[in-house]
Design a protein around this ligand. Structure first.
Ligand SMILES: O=C(O)C1=C[C@@H](OP(=O)(O)O)[C@@H](O)[C@H](O)C1
Ligand SMILES: C=C(OP(=O)(O)O)C(=O)O
Length: 429
């Protein structure tokens, strides 16, 4: 499917859904399952393209992984259970797969070649290659190891003390995977708190890790035991319907079993500050926090978003920008330069595509400024191969007058294969 026509102007959203499993947690559950000894059973795993790439890479590394409709079963044999692949590992569109795998492979005693798609080929890998190299890793790649394809010759690693130059959970996690195999104690300092699923999962699989303020301390030489994982609904996927529910007149929706990890729930803070009618009810859970979110349409106002909140909503900025077009007044999004190195340059793609719909929006060096409330109209727009841009534009069709033609909608399957089915279910009269 090269393009899709959407005519959903002012279709209210009503009903209850459970969004698919969290992408970050799904990747990590396969990785830890593969590195652990014994069986790991994963329920509510996200069968999006990115996470299926992670499964494919671990199969090529010799790990037995079974897939049923209900669960993923990983038969881990410990760190030593990984073996030299005969094929190139292809991470597809997934930055998480590429960067976290580098941390794992850096310490395995064999040779691997890692590639991805054309978007991955533009994303900086030196942010991971530099610290891993200082731990003793041998990684070569295009542009002195800045970009894929990358070749890893696994070697003996030693611990480091590292201050992250950017707030990135992928860089932190890659170093953690290397540190777990290294000799000695590694200390990582984060400039801002980023998603902590790796830290949580180290504990869940029987390992040890401590946090002292913004420092994370981990000992090398750890092994893990297989366990059962339930993956909460992805708040980054829920965000598209939270925004739709807040801004499309006459909506009331309930999203069940959504992950509410405090390092991920910035979108809820933003909705509250903008004046949304939102209610969050936490459920009892072991490990990752989870709950039900109810949202109803309300009058919204523009706000300023920046600082420590940014890592907690980094992937939600495209959909927040759309929300801001429907809020009264000015919304400023700042401190978000990281958007430039995602699947697309998300400052440029968000601004350019929303302008085509008539939004008053301008790009800044570290974010964007949106002037609301502005009426949107249908137009020909494109996801540019970026799943989050595709979903943001599909949600825009709910408030844009006329037909919105979305080019390249298939990229949405990267993180939310059933997105259009869920949207249809919620907009059905
Ligand atoms: O660790 C993760 O699972 C992720 C971390 C974030 O990237 P950065 O670490 O580059 O900020 C986020 O944008 C990405 O979707 C998933
Ligand atoms: C940036 C994203 O993912 P990744 O870095 O894993 O490609 C995303 O899902 O928005």
């Amino acid at each position: 499917m090269k393009e899709m026509e959407l005519e959903l102007t002012n279709s209210p959203l009503n009903g209850r859904i459970e969004v698919p499993g969290d992408k970050s947690i799904s990747h990590r559950s396969v990785m830890f399952g593969a590195l652990a000894e014994g069986k790991t059973t994963i329920r509510h795993f996200l069968k999006g393209e990115d996470c299926l790439r992670t499964i494919d890479c671990f199969r090529k590394l010799g790990v037995n992984i079974e897939e049923t409709d209900e669960e993923i079963i990983v038969y881990g044999k410990g760190w030593e259970g990984l073996s030299e692949p005969t094929e190139i590992l292809d991470a597809g569109n997934s930055g998480t797969t590429t960067r976290l795998l580098l941390g794992i492979l850096a310490g395995r005693p064999f040779h691997t070649v890692l590639i991805g798609d054309e978007s991955i080929a533009k994303r900086p890998m030196d942010r991971v290659v530099v610290p891993l190299t200082s731990m003793g890793a041998k990684i070569n790649g295009r542009s002195s190891g800045r970009f894929t394809p990358l070749a890893v010759n696994g070697s003996k690693l030693h611990a480091i003390q590292y201050e992250l130059p950017v707030a990135s959970a992928q860089v932190k996690s890659a170093i953690l995977f290397a540190a777990l195999q290294a000799e000695g104690e590694t200390v990582i300092t984060e400039p801002q708190l980023t998603r902590d699923h790796t830290e949580k999962m180290i504990k869940q699989f029987g390992g040890d890790i401590t946090r002292r303020g913004n420092e994370i301390v981990v000992q090398g030489g750890q092994s893990f035991t297989g366990t059962n994982v339930y993956v909460p609904g992805d708040i980054s996927s829920a965000a598209f319907f939270l925004v739709a529910g807040a801004m499309v007149p006459g909506s009331e929706i309930v999203l069940e079993n959504v992950g509410l990890n405090p390092t991920r729930r910035g979108i809820i803070d933003v909705l509250v500050q903008m004046g949304a009618d939102i209610h969050v009810e936490a459920s009892d859970a072991i490990g990752e926090e989870i709950g039900t979110i109810t949202i109803r349409t309300s009058q919204l106002k523009g706000i300023e978003i920046g600082g420590d909140l940014i890592p907690k909503l980094i992937d939600e900025i495209p959909i927040i920008a759309l929300l801001a077009t429907q809020a009264e007044g000015k919304t400023v999004i700042k401190d978000a330069e990281e958007l430039k190195v995602k699947e697309t340059n998300r400052i440029d793609t968000v601004v350019n595509e929303l302008k085509k719909l008539g939004a008053e929006i301008e790009a800044t060096e570290d974010g964007m400024i949106v002037y609301g409330k502005s009426p949107l109209t249908g137009a020909r727009v494109s996801s540019h191969g970026d799943h989050r841009i595709g979903m943001m534009l599909a949600v825009a069709s709910l408030v844009a007058n006329g037909t919105l033609t979305l080019e390249n909608p298939e990229s949405i399957a990267v993180s939310y294969p059933s997105f259009f089915e869920d949207m249809k279910q919620l907009t059905q009269k």
